[in-house]
Design a protein around this ligand. Structure first.
Ligand code: 9Z3
Length: 278
């Protein structure tokens, strides 16, 4: 598919999406957060990250409503644990300014939580955040751990009221959600460090799929997880090779895989920032 076709699909997705309910409030919160965290961040940070460094962690699943006045919806599997645990580890490692939307984790001035439910809300918020962070360039990171719906019912073809249940089986045609990673990389935040995630249930195809995503979307790394072992290990797939990251139950900090994952990702991001500035 040519990039023009993809861009057209993305534009029509946003044009037909129901607008965010509290768009002005979200923009205000986001701008306040970015401004607040542009000043010095204190003494005790332990890494090479700079005061402008910001991470957008996405977390949890997105829903696809079946009715405009939604009673029923299709959900995507995700407990939100990976995003929340990764956010905690980001704060531990980088004393970084973290923008997280999804389930709550920490709360102070360094954390902004922007909750979402539907695929429409998620993608509109991702676009808002990415474009707001555009000026931060290589210092910002997108860590896209949310489980994003691949299929949806376009708003204009959705029934307004609750689907009648008395008329037999229900046929629903789902359209494909346009992949936003390419436009995030090319337009919204082209200089940001971008980590995407790939979840499969069949371990035989996992690495191949993650490698294809790395090449197709030109992200800096893809974190590959197999559903049943996702809490034990992940594989970080990048152009410098594949690294297996495991948890280590003998070490308290490392008893969750996200701790070791974030340590690796923060290190890669620091190298990326240095290379971008040299
Ligand atoms: C993931 O792979 C996340 O790591 C998990 C986290 C959903 C496994 P939990 O929230 O689980 O701790 O229970 N997310 C998948 C991201 C995603 O939807 N990727 C798309 C895909 O796999 C491509 S962008 O096709």
């Amino acid at each position: 598919m040519s990039s023009e076709v993809v861009e057209d699909e993305i534009s029509s997705f946003f044009e037909s999406s129901p607008p965010l309910k509290n768009m002005d409030g979200i923009i205000k919160k986001l701008n306040r957060f970015i401004k607040l965290n542009s000043s010095s961040r204190g003494e005790n940070h332990q890494s090479d990250w700079r005061e402008e460094d910001r991470v957008c962690v996405t977390s949890g699943g997105t829903t696809v409503p079946l009715e405009q006045r939604c009673v029923r919806y299709i959900d995507n599997f995700s407990s939100g644990n990976r995003g929340a645990a990764s956010t905690d580890s980001c704060i531990t490692f980088g004393s970084c300014e973290t923008s997280c939307y999804g389930p709550p984790s920490l709360a102070d001035g360094r954390l902004l939580k922007l909750p979402f439910s539907t695929i429409y809300e998620y993608l509109q918020m991702l676009r808002l955040i990415a474009t707001a962070l555009k000026d931060v360039g290589s210092c910002s990171m997108f860590y896209l751990a949310a489980a994003v719906s691949d299929f949806y019912v376009p708003w204009e073809s959705m029934t307004e009221h609750k689907i009648e249940s008395g008329s037999g089986p229900l046929d629903i045609r789902l359209a494909q959600v346009p992949k936003m990673l390419s436009i995030l990389r090319s337009n919204w935040a082209p200089n940001a460090f971008c980590i995407s995630f790939k979840l499969e249930t069949d371990s035989k195809i996992l690495i191949e799929k993650a490698t294809k995503a790395l090449q197709k979307y030109k992200v800096h790394a893809v974190v590959a997880s197999e559903l049943s072992t996702r809490k034990e290990e992940v594989v970080v797939v990048s152009s410098s090779g594949n690294v297996v990251v495991r948890r280590d139950c003998d070490k308290p900090d490392e008893s969750i895989v996200e701790y070791n994952l974030i340590r690796l990702i923060v290190d890669r991001h620091s190298t990326y920032i240095k290379e971008s500035h040299s």
